[in-house]
Design a binder for this molecule. Structure first.
Ligand code: SAM
Ligand code: SF4
Length: 323
C-alpha cells in the first residue's frame, strides 16, 4: 500500500513483549518498568490475525521485537506460524542475543530470515556498565554458534553513546572483519531514557574506524529492508553500516509502521499518537480489518520532528516501542 505521501509501506515492527532480561541504560530504567498485565498483551493468535490483514494490504515484511522477544514463551512457534501465512516475504528478529545460544537450533528450524543482535561492546565491564547485566559471554557464544551453524543473515546493531570509546567501536568492527556479518551503528534517538544521553554520528564513528582500518569504500548495494547506508573496509568479510534518523533523516523513504505488544499501531517512531487496534481484532474479520488498517496507515505523518517540536512526542521508553 501507499500512504498519503505516496510512500510504499511494506514493513511492520511487531513488539511481542515489554519484558527484557537486560537493562540497557539508554533504553530502560535501572529498576525496570511497570510491566504490562498478561491480559493487556496481544495473544499470538490475535497478532497472527493482524499480520494476515497486513499481508492483504501489501505489508509483507515483519520484524519481531520487544522488550526482548526471545523471553516470550512460544516465540519460535509464532515465527513458524507467521512464516506459514500466505504472502509473507520475510520474518526477521531483533534480539539482545542473551538467549540465542540456548535457542540456536530452534531459531534455525524456525526459518527466521534474519537476526539482528544488539551489542555495544566486546568488553565485559563495559557491557555490564551499559546493560547492567553480566551477559557478554553468553551473547558472544550465541553469535558464534549461529555463524557455526551456517546462519548467513546475522547483523550486529550498536547504539554508541558519547563519550565514544574507540575500543568498543573497533572491537565490534572487527567482527565484520573476521566473519560474514554486518555491523551497523545506529544513532541514538531522543526517546525515553535515550533523552539522557548523547548519540554519535557517522562522522564521529568513521573517524575512529578509518584511523584504524584505512579509507572506507562506499557500498551502494542494498542489504536488508532498512535505511542503513553501508561501507566496506579492505580485507573485511562483512560490511559496516550507519543508520542516522536525526543526522541523515530518511522519513521521505520510510516504509514502516509499528505494532506494540498491547495492540497500539504506531505510525511514526516520534509521536505518541496512533491507533489502538486491540478491540478491532475481535470485532472484524480479516478482510474488514485490512481495510481499516489501510485507512489508518494512509495517514502516516510526513516526518518525525525530533529536536524541533515536543508536542505529541512519545514519552515511552524504547523497550515499549521495540526500536
Ligand atoms: N531487546 C531487543 C534488542 O535489544 O535488540 C529488541 C528491542 S530493542 C528496543 C531494539 C533496538 O532498539 C536495539 O538495537 C536497541 O539498541 C535500540 N534502542 C534502544 N533505545 C534506543 C534509542 N534511544 N535510540 C536508538 N536505538 C535504541
Ligand atoms: Fe532490553 Fe533491547 Fe532495551 Fe536493551 S535495548 S534494555 S536489550 S529492550
Amino acid at each position: 500500500m501507499r500512504d498519503r505521501y505516496d510512500r510504499k509501506i511494506d514493513y511492520v515492527r511487531i513488539s511481542i513483549t515489554d519484558r527484557c532480561n537486560l537493562r540497557c541504560k539508554y533504553c530502560m530504567p535501572e529498576d525496570g518498568i511497570k510491566l504490562l498485565e498478561h491480559s493487556d498483551i496481544l495473544s499470538y493468535e490475535k497478532i497472527l490475525k493482524i499480520c494476515e490483514a497486513f499481508t492483504k494490504i501489501g505489508i509483507t515484511t515483519f520484524k519481531i521485537t520487544g522488550g526482548e522477544p526471545l523471553v516470550r514463551k512460544g516465540v519460535i512457534e509464532f515465527i513458524k506460524a507467521l512464516k506459514a501465512l500466505d504472502n509473507v516475504k520475510e520474518v526477521t528478529l531483533t534480539t539482545n542475543g542473551v538467549l540465542i545460544d540456548r535457542m540456536a537450533e530452534s531459531l534455525i528450524e524456525s526459518k527466521v530470515d534474519r537476526i539482528n543482535v544488539s551489542l555495544d561492546t566486546l568488553d565485559r565491564d563495559r557491557f555490564f556498565e551499559i546493560t547492567r547485566r553480566d551477559s557478554l559471554d553468553i551473547v558472544l557464544k550465541g553469535i558464534y554458534r549461529m555463524v557455526d551453524l551456517g546462519f548467513k543473515n546475522l547483523k550486529i546493531n550498536s547504539v554508541p553513546i558519547k563519550p565514544l570509546i574507540s575500543k568498543d567501536l573497533l572491537g565490534l568492527a572487527n567482527l565484520a572483519k573476521d566473519m560474514p556479518i554486518s555491523v551497523r551503528f545506529i544513532e541514538l534517538m531522543p526517546i525515553g531514557k535515550g533523552n539522557e544521553y548523547i548519540g554519535s554520528t557517522r562522522e564521529d564513528i568513521l573517524r575512529i574506524l578509518e584511523a584504524n582500518f584505512g579509507r572506507a569504500l562506499a557500498y551502494e548495494g542494498k542489504l536488508g529492508n532498512g535505511p542503513a547506508k553501508y561501507i566496506k573496509f579492505k580485507d573485511f568479510i562483512g560490511y559496516i553500516g550507519f543508520i542516522e534518523a536525526l543526522n541523515d533523516k530518511f522519513c521521505d523513504d520510510c516504509n514502516r509502521i509499528r505494532l506494540s505488544a498491547t495492540g497500539f499501531l504506531k505510525l511514526c517512531l516520534h509521536y505518541d499518537y496512533g491507533f489502538d487496534i486491540k478491540d478491532l481484532v475481535d470485532d472484524l474479520g480479516v478482510d474488514d480489518l485490512a481495510i481499516k488498517l489501510e485507512n489508518i496507515i494512509y495517514k502516516k505523518p510526513k516526518s518525525h520532528n525530533f529536536g524541533e517540536r515536543k508536542n505529541h512526542a512519545d514519552n515511552k521508553n524504547m523497550n515499549q516501542i521495540g526500536g
